[in-house]
Design a binder for this molecule. Structure first.
Ligand code: HEC
Ligand code: HEC
Ligand code: HEC
Ligand code: HEC
Ligand code: HEC
Length: 219
């Protein structure tokens, strides 16, 4: 656990904090473990009420993630789109399709579509989308190739080890912020720089410093 501590000088204080804090956190964690069995399951892929495909809409049709998840740059939460967003197209496209029946019903009644949430963290963990995407961490780092999934499944564990692996060495996962929704982006070989070199430059420019101390994520 010592490796997690940023400065040796903080060590005594932090250990005291951990010993006091750990009991409380572990209690909550045990509760969370039994009430949210899915939150650490990679591969979790619930059946959705509408057969919406990211592979078709984000992959083949090329819609930007931001078109639907339009709060990711500003908010902690990455909003699921309202039915209106679907109806921008589906009042005309496939407007008789039985696969869109529930979407039309939802639009007519104002009842939201009951999408099943796939990724979630226990309440004792603080997470913020906008802090990550504006720093230049792509959706692909935490969600995998969503643009190739017909049905979304959880690809990454999203546990503490996963978070800390990147916080301890973010460089290979940092890119220019305007490219975070280009899930297939790779550095241009002609630039002569690899992902790590590009990431290191951005980290220096923006003074990025992801939290490694317990209270950074457990507030
Ligand atoms: C046309 C709208 C639309 C676009 C474009 C879109 N999404 Fe989605 N997304 C949805 C809807 C609707 C859901 C909820 C149903 C589902 O999980 O398939 C969703 C669910 C998700 C989830 C799972 C949320 C959860 O419950 O944990 C992730 C992650 C996600 N999208 C990422 C992306 C990424 C990354 C892109 C860009 C490559 C993208 N989406 C593009 C509409 C969209
Ligand atoms: C930018 C336009 C656009 C938006 C926005 C959009 N779609 Fe689509 N959708 C399409 C197109 C185009 C097709 C493919 C039609 C085809 O196969 O010819 C399609 C196909 C579908 C199908 C399959 C229909 C069938 O009969 O095969 C479903 C289901 C669907 N969309 C759901 C949704 C949902 C849910 C949303 C909102 C989260 C959404 N779409 C948003 C354009 C859009
Ligand atoms: C650093 C990791 C990380 C990155 C980068 C990231 N996400 Fe997430 N995403 C998560 C986690 C963790 C959750 C579960 C959040 C929770 O339960 O509080 C989540 C949840 C979601 C959800 C469900 C709604 C919500 O906010 O709980 C959607 C939709 C989503 N992400 C879309 C995206 C899109 C689109 C991008 C890229 C623009 C993206 N995410 C980038 C980690 C990430
Ligand atoms: C792929 C890399 C990566 C992953 C994975 C990742 N982070 Fe981060 N995180 C960052 C970067 C980069 C920053 C931005 C630091 C900055 O702006 O100085 C950050 C910042 C944060 C912050 C501070 C932001 C704020 O609003 O105060 C918190 C809290 C955080 N991350 C929590 C998490 C949690 C929880 C997870 C796991 C579910 C996670 N992170 C996964 C790279 C990552
Ligand atoms: C970068 C974010 C981050 C930091 C920093 C962090 N944690 Fe966590 N922690 C998490 C996440 C995410 C989970 C939830 C794991 C899950 O759902 O499996 C978690 C879960 C826990 C749990 C519950 C048991 C478990 O492993 O699931 C305890 C206890 C805990 N953290 C203690 C700590 C302590 C003590 C520190 C400081 C040494 C710390 N955490 C630092 C993100 C973080």
């Amino acid at each position: 656990m010592a490796a997690i501590f940023p400065k040796a000088s903080d060590l005594v204080l932090k250990i005291a904090g951990v010993v006091i804090g750990l009991g409380a956190v572990t209690g909550v964690a045990a509760y969370a473990y039994y009430t949210y069995p899915a939150n650490i399951d990679t591969g979790y892929q619930p059946v959705q009420p509408v057969p919406y495909s990211h592979k078709l809409h984000a992959g083949q049709l090329g819609l930007d993630c931001y078109y639907c998840h339009n709060t990711v740059y500003k908010a902690a939460f990455a909003a699921i789109p309202a039915t209106q967003t679907c109806m921008n197209c589906h009042t005309k496209v496939k407007d008789k399709s039985p696969r869109l029946e529930l979407v039309r019903q939802s639009f007519a009644t104002g009842q939201p579509i009951p999408w099943v949430q796939i990724h979630f963290l226990p309440d004792f963990v603080y997470f913020n989308h906008s802090a990550h995407v504006t720093a230049g961490v792509s959706c692909v780092s935490c969600h995998g190739r969503i643009d190739q999934m017909i049905e979304v499944r959880q690809e990454k564990p999203l546990n503490m080890k996963f978070c800390l692996e990147c916080h301890n060495d973010p460089a290979p996962n940092i890119r220019p912020a305007e490219l975070v929704t280009k899930l297939d982006w790779v550095p241009d070989p002609a630039s002569g720089k690899d992902a790590r070199a590009i990431g290191e430059e951005i980290i220096a420019q923006k003074h990025l410093n992801p939290p490694k101390n317990c209270s950074g994520c457990h507030r």
